[in-house]
Write a protein that binds this ligand. Structure first.
Ligand code: ATP
Length: 764
C-alpha cells in the first residue's frame, strides 16, 4: 500500500488547491522558513483524523482555514483529501459496516473544516463519521497516536512521553491498537450491557409490584368468572324452578279461584233462595188460620151440643113425669078393647068368609075356616092380656110430642157430634200437615246454616287464596328482579333457564336455599371487587407477564453477553499481552542495533513496567464520539488505592558508550534525537507503517549523524514510504522527489516539484 497523493484546498497557508503526489519511496519537502512545509504535515494529520488542535497548531477549526492575503480572499473552509493505493484491496472496515464501497483501486479520505468549527469526513466521496475514518485507517495499521508522523520539534517526543503514553505509541506502532480498541469497545459494551442489565433489573423490579397486583386482579377475575359460572348454573336452576313454580302455582290458584268462585256463587244462590223462602214463611201459615177457625167452629158446636143436652134433660124430666102418671093408671084391672082392633078383626073375618063362599072345594073352605078359628083364638087371647081398655100413654099427645122432641134433640145432638168429629178430624189433619211443614222449615234452617258455614269456608279459602296470590305475586316480582339482576351480572344467557325442563316437584325450601346461595355468591362477587374490565385486566396481565418474561430473557441474554464480553476482554488482553511482549522483544533487537549504529556502541532497550492505573474520577461510560480524546481525559486521576489496577508502561533504558548517563533527561538534544530516531526506526522496522512523515527530525544532527540518518532513511524506505521535511541537504540527497514550498507574492504557499536527478543537484 502506498500513499499516492494529498490535496490541500484552503488549508492554512495553502489558499489555492495544492496537490502533492508521492510516487517514490522518499519524498522530501523543502523550502524556506515559514513557507508552509509543516502545514503539509499537519494537513496529513488533519485528514487522518487528528482531533488535538494543539497538534495542528491552532485553537479552533477556523485557524486551519486559509485566512487570505492582500490578493487572495479568505476561504470558507479548509479541505484536505488524501489518496491511497488500494489495488491490493487491503482497506477494510473492522467495526463499522458503513455503506461505503472500498472495491476500488484507490481509497480517498477527505476532511473539511468550516468556519464554525464543524468537521466533515468523507471516504471515497461519501460522508462518514470520524469513527469510520479511524476504523478504516486501523485496518492498514495507521494508528491514532500518530507515531508515524513526527512533527517539527517532536523528534524526541517518544522520550518525553510518559511510560503509559509510550506504551500506547508502541502498541500503536505494533498494530496492537486494534486490540486496545477492541478491548475498549468491549469494555464499553460491557459497561453498556451492565447498565442495560441494571436498567432491565430496575424495570423488572418496577413492574414486579404491578405484576403481582395484576396477578391478584387476574385471580380475582378468575374467581369472579368461576363465581359467575356458579351463579349462572344456580340461576338456571333457580329461575327455571321459579318460573315453573310460578306458572304451575298460578294455574293452580286460578283454577282454584274459579272453582271457589263458582262454589260461592252457587252457595250464595242457595242462601238467597232459602232466605227468600224463610221470609215467606214468617207470615202465619194458612193452615194455622184454618185450624183456628175450625177450632172456633168446634167450640161453637160444643156449646150447641151442651144446649141440646140441657134441652134433652128437661124433656126427659117431662117424659118421666108423664110416665109416672101413667104407671099409676095401670093398677086399674079393667080391660078395654080398642074399636080399631075389633073393627079390623071383623073386616078380616068378612073378607075370609067371602073367600070361603067362593070356594067349591070343601078343603079350601075348611082351611079358611081353620084360619078363621085361629084368628078368633088369637083375638080372644090377646084381648085377654091387653090393657087396651086402660088409658094409654101413647095416646098422650104431650107425651108423644115430648118424645118426638126428645128424639129430635137426640138426633140433633148426634148430628152435632158428627159435625164435631168431622171438624176435629179436619183440625187433626191440618195440624199434622202443619207439623210436617214445620219440620221442612227446620230442615231448611239446618241447610241454611250449613250453607252459611260452607260459604264461610269458601270465603276463608278465597281469602287464603288471595294471600297465596299475593305471595305468588311477590315471588313473581322477586323472580323478575332476579332475572334482571342475573342478566346484569351474567348477561343474556341468563334466560337459558327457559330451556331446562323441570319434572320433579319444586320445594320452596330448596328454592330458598338456592336463593341464599345466589345471594352469597353475589356478595362474594361484589367483594371480589372485579370492578375493572376483566378482558382488559387479563390483557394487561398477559402483556405484563410477556414483558416480564421478555425482560427476564433479556436479562439472561445480557448476563450471557456480559459473560462472553468478559471472556472476550480477557482473551483480547491475553493476546495483546502476548503480542505486546513479543513485539517489544523484536523492537529491542532493532533498537539495540540502531542505537549502537547511531552512537557507535552502547546499549538501549525497552522494558515493560507495571504501574498503578490512573482511574477516571467518574466511572461513566464514554460515548463513541469521545473516543479520540480518551488519552487526554485519562489525565484526570483518582488516587484511591483500594480501587487501583496495574497497567503496563514502557520504559526506555539507555547506556551511552563511554558515558555513565542513564537518565534520558540528561541527554543532549542531539543524543535525544538520535535515541528517539533509533527507537522510531526500530519500531518502524518491526512493524512498518505504510508511510512515515518526518518533519525536521534531523534538525539537531551533526554532519556525521546526518549521514547515518540518511542511511537509515534509505534502509527504512524499503519498508515504509517516507515523507521528509528537511533543511538537511544530506537528507534531501536520499529523496527521489523534492517538493519545494515557497510563500508566493500573493501570501499563500506555493508548490514546486523537483524530480530525482534535479533533487540531487538541488541537494548540492
Ligand atoms: P519553518 O521552516 O520555519 O519551520 P515552515 O515552512 O514549516 O517553516 P509553516 O510552519 O509550515 O512554515 O508555515 C507557517 C506559515 O503559515 C506562517 O507564515 C503562517 O502565517 C502561515 N499560516 C498558518 N496558518 C495560516 C492560515 N490559516 N492562513 C494563512 N496562513 C497561515
Amino acid at each position: 500500500m502506498t500513499l499516492k497523493s494529498i490535496e490541500l484546498i484552503g488549508f492554512k497557508s495553502f489558499g489555492k488547491k495544492s496537490p502533492l503526489s508521492f510516487s517514490t519511496p522518499i519524498t522530501c519537502i523543502v523550502g524556506p522558513n515559514g513557507s508552509g512545509k509543516s502545514n503539509i504535515v499537519e494537513a496529513i494529520r488533519f485528514v487522518l483524523g487528528e482531533q488535538s488542535m494543539k497538534s495542528l497548531r491552532g485553537k479552533g477549526g477556523v485557524d486551519l482555514i486559509f485566512k487570505g492575503s492582500k490578493n487572495l480572499s479568505t476561504s470558507n473552509r479548509a479541505s484536505v483529501i488524501i489518496t491511497f493505493d488500494n489495488s491490493q484491496k487491503i482497506f477494510s472496515f473492522t467495526n463499522s459496516g458503513i455503506g461505503v464501497s472500498l472495491d476500488y483501486d484507490e481509497v480517498t479520505i477527505g476532511r473539511e473544516v468550516f468556519t464554525d468549527g464543524a468537521n466533515r469526513y468523507l471516504i471515497n466521496g461519501t460522508e462518514v463519521r470520524l469513527k469510520d475514518v479511524v476504523d478504516l485507517l486501523a485496518s492498514v495499521n495507521i494508528g491514532s497516536t500518530g507515531h508515524h508522523i513526527i512533527s517539527q520539534g517532536e523528534a524526541d517526543r517518544v522520550l518525553n512521553a510518559s511510560n503509559k503514553d509510550r506504551r500506547s505509541m508502541i502498541e500503536d506502532a505494533l498494530g496492537l491498537k486494534i486490540y486496545q480498541y477492541r478491548i475498549k469497545e468491549s469494555e464499553r459494551k460491557l459497561d453498556k450491557t451492565v447498565l442495560n442489565m441494571k436498567e432491565v433489573q430496575m424495570l423488572r423490579r418496577e413492574i414486579a409490584p404491578h405484576l403481582s397486583f395484576l396477578k391478584k386482579q387476574v385471580e380475582k377475575v378468575e374467581k369472579a368468572r368461576s363465581l359467575r359460572e356458579d351463579l349462572r348454573n344456580l340461576y338456571k336452576i333457580y329461575l327455571g324452578n321459579e318460573s315453573t313454580y310460578i306458572n304451575s302455582e298460578g294455574a293452580r290458584i286460578n283454577s282454584l279461584r274459579l272453582e271457589l268462585d263458582k262454589k260461592a256463587l252457587s252457595i250464595d244462590e242457595k242462601i238467597n233462595g232459602l232466605e227468600k223462602e224463610k221470609n215467606g214463611n214468617s207470615i202465619e201459615s194458612e193452615n194455622i188460620k184454618i185450624i183456628k177457625e175450625k177450632e172456633s167452629n168446634l167450640s161453637g158446636l160444643r156449646g150447641k151440643r151442651d144446649e141440646l143436652a140441657r134441652s134433652l134433660g128437661r124433656m126427659e124430666g117431662i117424659i118421666e113425669g108423664i110416665e109416672r102418671q101413667y104407671s099409676k093408671i095401670r093398677d086399674v084391672k079393667e080391660r078395654i078393647i080398642k074399636e080399631s082392633e075389633w073393627k079390623s078383626l071383623v073386616e078380616d073375618l068378612e073378607s075370609k068368609i067371602d073367600e070361603a063362599i067362593n070356594f067349591e072345594d070343601l078343603e079350601s073352605v075348611k082351611g079358611i075356616l081353620k084360619n078363621i078359628k085361629e084368628k078368633l083364638g088369637l083375638f080372644l087371647h090377646h084381648g085377654m092380656d091387653s090393657e087396651a081398655e086402660l088409658p094409654k100413654i101413647e095416646d098422650n099427645a104431650e107425651y108423644l110430642e115430648m118424645c118426638k122432641a126428645k128424639e129430635n134433640i137426640i138426633g140433633e145432638i148426634s148430628q152435632v157430634k158428627i159435625e164435631e168429629g168431622n171438624i176435629l178430624n179436619a183440625i187433626n189433619e191440618l195440624k199434622a200437615k202443619e207439623q210436617e211443614s214445620q219440620s221442612v222449615l227446620r230442615d231448611n234452617e239446618r241447610v241454611y246454616y250449613e250453607l252459611l258455614s260452607n260459604r264461610n269456608e269458601v270465603s276463608s279459602s278465597l281469602h287464603s287464596l288471595s294471600f297465596e296470590e299475593e305471595k305468588l305475586a311477590a315471588i313473581k316480582t322477586n323472580f323478575e328482579m332476579e332475572l334482571a339482576e342475573g342478566g346484569a351480572i351474567i348477561g343474556r344467557e341468563v334466560i337459558d333457564f327457559a330451556k331446562i325442563k323441570i319434572e320433579e316437584e319444586i320445594v320452596r325450601s330448596t328454592q330458598e336455599e338456592i336463593r341464599r346461595k345466589i345471594e352469597r355468591i353475589k356478595i362474594k362477587l361484589e367483594d371480589s371487587g372485579s370492578g375493572g374490565d376483566a378482558t382488559s385486566i387479563t390483557k394487561e396481565y398477559d402483556e405484563t407477564v410477556e414483558r416480564d418474561t421478555f425482560l427476564g430473557r433479556e436479562l439472561e441474554d445480557l448476563n450471557k453477553s456480559i459473560e462472553s464480553l468478559h471472556t472476550l476482554i480477557e482473551e483480547l488482553k491475553e493476546t495483546l499481552d502476548k503480542e505486546f511482549k513479543e513485539g517489544v522483544d523484536k523492537i529491542n533487537k532493532q533498537f539495540q542495533e540502531f542505537f549502537a549504529l547511531m552512537f557507535g556502541g552502547g546499549s538501549a532497550s525497552l522494558s515493560i513496567t507495571m504501574e498503578y492505573k490512573k482511574v477516571r474520577k467518574d466511572d461513566e461510560i464514554v460515548s463513541e464520539e469521545d473516543m479520540e480524546d480518551d488519552e487526554e481525559e485519562e489525565e484526570e486521576v483518582a488516587t484511591d488505592e483500594s480501587n487501583q489496577e496495574f497497567e503496563r508502561g514502557i520504559e526506555i533504558n539507555v547506556n551511552l558508550p563511554h558515558k555513565k548517563v542513564k537518565d534520558l533527561h540528561m541527554l543532549s538534544g542531539g543524543e535525544r534525537s538520535l535515541t528517539s530516531i533509533a527507537l522510531l526506526f526500530a519500531v518502524s522496522q518491526v512493524n512498518p507503517p505504510p508511510f512515515l512523515v518526518l518533519d525536521e527530525t534531523d534538525a539537531a544532527l551533526d554532519e556525521a549523524n546526518s549521514r547515518k540518518y540518511g542511511d537509515m532513511l534509505l534502509n527504512l524506505s524499503k519498508y515504509s514510504q517516507l515523507i521528509v521535511v528537511t533543511h538537511n541537504r544530506e537528507t534531501m540527497s536520499r529523496a527521489q522527489v523534492l517538493y519545494g514550498v515557497t510563500m508566493s507574492s500573493e501570501g499563500a504557499s506555493k508548490l514546486l516539484s523537483i524530480h530525482l536527478e534535479d533533487a540531487s543537484v538541488y541537494a548540492k
